[in-house]
Design a protein around this ligand. Structure first.
Ligand code: TC6
Length: 674
């Protein structure tokens, strides 16, 4: 069956797309729409048309899988031009998500009707692009510069009601009755003339709005090419006639499309979706039901983990050993919710709604009715094994027992129970209520339905779950430790923490290795023996320089946690360097990249070869969502491709690293990480 079908309802021509899953505007859809517009024009008995979609959504955009391939006509701009040029009115009937090209098709129609639950937007900027089928030119003409900037350069869709207020939508339909309402609307305006065409309107210049918008979002846009291009196009719409504006938009679109950033961002779009799939776990695996969750530990991690479930409406029982720790933990959660409400991120009533789902307790026995129990206690194997032994006795049959460990062996933890198939790792990243990554650690005996259930619940609490095998540090921290070791070693040749961190922030990371260490706590994993000073880190810890929490770590901090270089740390580093007999020399920024980032790629190749990650793109997803690797560089493995694997191998060899066989082999064969 054709993806575009047409039907006559009296003198109204109803054009319907049925291209699951999201009615992307692939070649067949464009050809079908084009032919339908010809039919509308050629048939005297037809007076108006409705364009609508079957399935879960109106067109959700251009078909991203076609990007980078040889174009097949007609292109989307031609189709939209034809719709707008029609001398019979065309109504877009919108449900679901009218995004990107879908939004642009709607704006090319003369009228738009939407159900209240629909959203409309141009998220192309999130793919490193701009709405290249007139979105940057029609939105400012219909809704003004300020909203056009917001929609195009930030990319968040807006609800139908807001779109109606702004002039992007003409009418709201009744839920469940969109097709009927749209046909009635078409009948109503069938003879109305002149036809409203967005391209014939004027966009009012608003240089102040543009300046304000740029200033407000400078930090958010740092490093990205696409926001500036979107802004330039909106500005052009206020100054150029429509056709010239479209030519400018085209030129800017092509520049972005050919660039590395958009390729990286599109890679991540698909990588994130692929990460949800586990090669040997069928998609129709029956899931275990999760109605109630238990969390052990009300510290920073346990509290943050609990909030994810509470926010998703899932009741949580949280366990601590002492009443004061329990009170402190739940108090912090409440404060976090109240803070979000004060900032308008959640509705005020959401605070009580979430907290009302929380049951604090001092007794592990209260976890007996939980379907999923997540342990977030002290990182110590003996402690965890003892706890899992107890849980084995308490938890009901079929309950999933998860550990939030960031590096310990899940198989060993599972061995403390009589049900290793029910044991899995759920490694959240701090702050656990904010960071999107969830490393799901698959033990040797973890049951497939346990894995599938944890992946699904991860998505339900709005995380991006990625499967890792059992190895120290799993995917993320295993690579991180390579970076940290290299950074530490460079201090010994005279590089400063500031210099190393700056290379990382210039690269686009939110912070460098030493800033991260100060934030997380320099004392994490420290042996706590002040007389045993074997490393710079030991020396810092012995002096109480535990990081931001002590206002001193690799940096000094003022009361507002603003860092400055520490003369004392410089002394400590210098002492160690002198003792080591290393010469002091200049370290170039390039060397810092080669010695901190290349070893991460090397470790990534080992992780891949050992089967600890399912695919290179999963590693990229881990680094984007767990550590803030800049999405416009596509993650470490994608970045390695763009840097050139041969160059990376040469760099590693130059600095004395043993190159992972997989990396070497790919470099020699001229291959890339898929
Ligand atoms: C554009 O329009 C440019 C125009 C300029 C022209 C000159 N194409 O996310 P889900 C697939 S740029 C192809 O899991 P949800 C997706 O990969 C585009 N495929 O579902 C997945 O496949 P899988 C502007 C697409 O309900 C399946 O559909 N538009 C596309 O959580 C389901 O997706 C956007 O950027 C696509 N455009 O969310 C919108 N979109 O099952 C991008 C999705 O094989 N899309 N797929 O893994 C989205 O934001 C979301 O998919 C959603 C649905 C909100 C539409």
């Amino acid at each position: 069956m054709s993806v575009i079908t047409t039907e006559r309802q009296g003198d109204i021509f109803v054009i319907t797309s049925n291209n699951p899953p999201v009615n992307a505007l692939g070649a067949a859809v464009r050809q079908g729409l084009d032919a339908a517009m010809d039919e509308l024009a050629g048939d005297e008995s037809l007076k108006a048309a409705v364009i609508r979609c079957e399935g879960r959504t109106f067109f959700a955009g251009a078909d991203i899988t076609e990007f980078g391939k040889a174009p097949v006509g007609p292109d989307l701009r031609q189709v939209i031009d034809k719709i707008e040029a029609s001398d019979k009115p065309v109504v877009a009937a919108i449900h679901g998500t009218a995004l990107g090209g879908g939004c642009e098709v709607a704006l090319g129609c003369h009228y738009r009707i939407a159900i209240p639950s629909a959203v409309i937007g141009t998220p192309e900027v999130k793919l490193g692009l701009l709405p290249g089928a007139g979105g940057t030119q029609r939105i400012p003409r219909l809704a003004g510069v300020a909203l056009a900037l917001q929609m195009n350069a930030i990319g968040d869709p807006i609800p139908a009601a807001k779109a109606k207020e702004a002039g992007l939508i003409d009418r709201l339909a009744t839920e469940g009755q969109l097709a009927e309402d749209a046909i009635a609307f078409a009948r109503e305006i069938a003879y109305a003339r002149p036809l409203p065409r967005a391209s014939e309107k004027q966009a009012k210049p608003d240089p102040q709005a543009i300046e304000d918008f740029k200033a407000k979002n400078a930090r958010r846009f740092k490093g990205f090419d696409a926001p500036a291009a979107n802004i330039a196009c909106v500005e052009a719409a206020t100054r150029l006639p429509f056709e010239e504006g479209m030519a400018f938009e085209r030129q800017e679109f092509m520049k972005l499309m050919m660039g590395v950033q958009s390729a990286a961002q599109r890679h991540i779009f698909f990588a994130e979706r692929k990460a949800a799939k586990i090669d040997d776990v069928p998609e129709d695996t029956k899931l275990r039901e999760i109605r109630k969750v238990g969390v052990i530990g009300a510290g920073t991690m346990g509290g943050g983990i609990s909030m994810n479930f509470l926010s998703a409406g899932i009741p949580v029982t949280i366990v601590e050993m002492q009443q004061d720790a329990l009170d402190r933990g739940t108090g912090v959660m409440r404060k976090n919710y109240e803070g979000s409400a004060a900032k308008g991120r959640i509705k005020p009533e959401a605070v009580e709604k979430a907290m009302g789902l929380l049951t604090p307790t001092l007794s592990l026995d209260d976890l007996a009715d939980c379907d999923l129990i997540i342990e977030a206690v002290y990182e110590n194997m003996e402690v965890k094994k003892e706890l899992f032994g107890k849980l084995d006795a308490i938890a009901k049959p079929g309950a999933i027992l998860a550990s939030n460990t960031s590096y310990l062996n899940i198989d060993e933890i599972a061995s403390a129970t009589s049900r290793p198939g029910d044991v899995v790792g759920m490694h959240f990243f701090s702050p656990a209520n904010v960071m999107k990554l969830l490393e799901v650690v698959r033990g040797a005996k973890t049951a497939k339905d346990v894995l599938a259930t944890v992946m699904a619940i991860g998505k339900r609490i709005k995380k991006v779950p990625v499967v890792s095998g059992v190895c120290p540090g799993f995917i993320g921290n295993r690579m991180l430790s390579q970076r940290q070791q290299a950074a530490n070693a460079m201090l010994m040749q005279g590089a400063t923490p500031q210099q190393i961190d700056k290379v990382h922030t210039d690269f686009g990371m939110p912070m460098g290795p030493f800033q991260m260490s100060d934030l997380a706590g320099v004392d994490i994993g420290w042996h706590r023996d002040e007389s045993r000073i074997e490393s710079i880190r030991d020396a810092l810890c012995a002096e109480g320089r535990w990081g931001q929490k002590k206002q001193a770590g690799f940096y000094d901090y003022d009361e507002n946690r603003r860092p400055s270089p520490s003369p004392r740390v410089a002394e400590i580093i210098e002492e160690f360097r002198a003792k080591s007999g290393n010469d002091k020399r200049d370290t170039s920024d390039e060397e810092i990249v080669e010695r901190t980032l290349y070893p991460m790629v090397n470790e990534g190749a080992k992780i891949l070869a050992e089967g600890m990650a399912q695919r290179a793109s999963d590693i990229d997803v881990v680094w984007i969502y767990g550590y803030g690797w800049p999405v416009y560089r596509g993650g470490p493995m994608f970045w390695a491709n763009t840097e050139g694997l041969a160059k990376i191998v040469a760099g590693l060899e130059k600095h004395g690293y043993e190159v992972a066989p997989l990396l070497k082999e790919k470099a020699e064969k001229g291959e890339r990480f898929a």
